[in-house]
Design a protein around this ligand. Structure first.
Ligand code: NAD
Length: 424
């Protein structure tokens, strides 16, 4: 018989286990609110759905999909949808929980949710991708909605997929419901600045962290893992600020160039099936060597669990900017802290995306759209205010920025929970 008696029990080395340990670390700083802390360790609701589609060759294929609403004490659920062959319920639980913490850390009126389908979308035709998206949306349609839970893009999902989700939900409910998803194309109620928002937030928080460390961005060497929406946009902004990208790793492999990779050449090629290693302007090296590259700043912007104890010991970076969700395991966190490496944690570092998603949702409801300058000014202000408050908390308690972010966020979540009280 399985040892796992409940779905909230983590399997070893899982992202959900990482999240639970992160919660345990903040409990001593929660005061009387600690009596509510167990609520953070249990998703409010988890839906598993079968997603059958007819493939182009006539076969009927079944995929497994998930939508988890971790916590809605402060507002509707909010969080992306991931299409990836490694997606599991437990991974989606962790990602939804990190959304709860993130939306509270930047003080947006949302809870946390996340979804995903266990599929390799690169193996689907465009027609199959549309079918799987629409069927999944219909299946989770019983729990999502503009006032209940608002999906967005994540790994391997984009504006087109959000357009299909919006259309499917609207067809099923008999209206045009732009506010049901964010990250939509501009013609369909999308927001200016949304595509670049997460990378921009990584840059804004990273620039401030570098300033506080006395690390000059001009000439700073940066290694980026994951060169999609988050990693490539952050890389461009750091290069504009005078830094150079000395290593990039994506799902096709790793390329390095100590003089700096030319992003104008690299980015378009990284979007083709050749991937980053298709770019001629750098040396292709084995993937594990990515972690040995001499650098000042490391930006993990791919998947969870990438910085393990070994890699935490190896990296020469002084600053780690977590563009990805959950890239650092707790043991590695401790090693980085002991080595004096500053980590700007995911729950603040990559909160730029959900912040502009919030702007998009507000614009959809008011049917009044802002210009890009207004969006970027508001984004920068929200990110900087949140980061400064977290930094003050870290200094006050002499704790890491991650634990400080959890302290600020969990106080907000649990205060809301306490004030609402338990129903019935
Ligand atoms: P994306 O699909 O645009 O890009 C993912 C990148 O990761 C690609 O370059 C891919 O090649 C690379 N990758 C995949 N598997 C890899 C592997 N095994 N090793 C190395 N690289 C690998 O996704 P994204 O939207 O940029 O998301 C990246 C991370 O940022 C995820 O952790 C996501 O949850 C997080 N995030 C995204 C957003 C957003 O707005 N898109 C917001 C917050 C956090």
């Amino acid at each position: 018989m399985s040892e796992k008696l409940s779905f909230v029990q983590p399997t070893p080395n899982s992202p959900w286990g990482t999240y639970l340990q992160q919660v345990d670390r903040v409990i001593p700083y929660l005061g009387d609110l600690a009596r509510w802390a167990e609520t953070l360790k249990r998703p409010k609701r988890a839906l598993i759905v079968d997603v059958p589609i007819e493939m182009d060759d006539g076969r009927i294929a079944h995929y497994e999909g998930y939508r988890v609403q971790h916590n809605m004490s402060r507002g509707p659920g909010k969080g992306g949808v991931r299409f990836h062959p490694d997606v599991t319920l437990e991974e989606v639980m962790a990602l939804s929980a990190w959304m709860t913490v993130k939306t509270a850390a930047v003080n947006l009126p949302y809870g946390g949710a996340k979804g995903g389908i266990r599929v390799d979308p690169k193996k689907l035709s465009q027609k199959e991708l549309e079918k799987i998206t629409r069927r999944y949306t219909s299946e989770i349609g019983i729990i999502i909605g503009p006032h209940t839970d608002i999906p967005a893009p994540d790994v391997n999902t984009n504006g087109q997929i959000m357009a299909w989700m919006m259309d499917t939900y609207s067809m099923n409910t008999g209206g045009t419901s732009t506010g049901v998803v964010t990250g939509k194309p501009l013609h369909l109620g999308g927001s200016l600045g949304r595509v670049k928002a997460t990378g921009r937030g990584v840059f804004v928080t990273g620039r401030e962290a570098a300033r506080r460390l006395g690390l000059d961005l001009r000439g700073a060497r940066i290694a980026v893992q994951g060169f999609g929406n988050v990693g490539s946009v952050a890389a461009e902004l750091f290069v504009e600020a005078g830094a150079k990208i000395v290593a990039v790793q994506d799902h096709t492999g790793t390329i390095v160039n100590e003089n700096g990779l030319d992003l104008a050449g690299l980015i378009p090629i990284s979007r083709t099936p050749a991937g980053a290693v298709g770019f001629e302007g750098g040396d292709k090296v084995p993937n594990e060597q990515f972690w040995d590259v001499a650098c000042d700043i490391l930006i993990p912007a791919a998947l969870e669990g990438q910085i393990n104890a070994d890699r935490a010991r190896k990296t020469s970076a002084r600053l780690v900017l977590e563009g990805a969700n959950g890239p650092t395991v707790p043991e590695a966190d401790d090693i980085l802290a002991e080595r004096g490496v500053l980590v700007v944690p995911d729950v603040i570092c990559n909160a730029g995306g959900v912040t502009v998603s919030y702007f998009e949702w507000v614009q959809d409801f008011s049917s009044f759209f802002w210009d890009e300058d207004e969006i970027n000014v508001r984004l920068d202000r929200i990110m900087m205010n949140a980061l400064n408050q977290i930094w003050d908390t870290a200094d006050k308690h002499k704790i890491t920025l991650r634990t400080a972010t959890y302290a600020v966020a969990c106080e907000r979540i649990l205060t809301a929970r306490q004030e609402r009280g338990l129903y019935p």
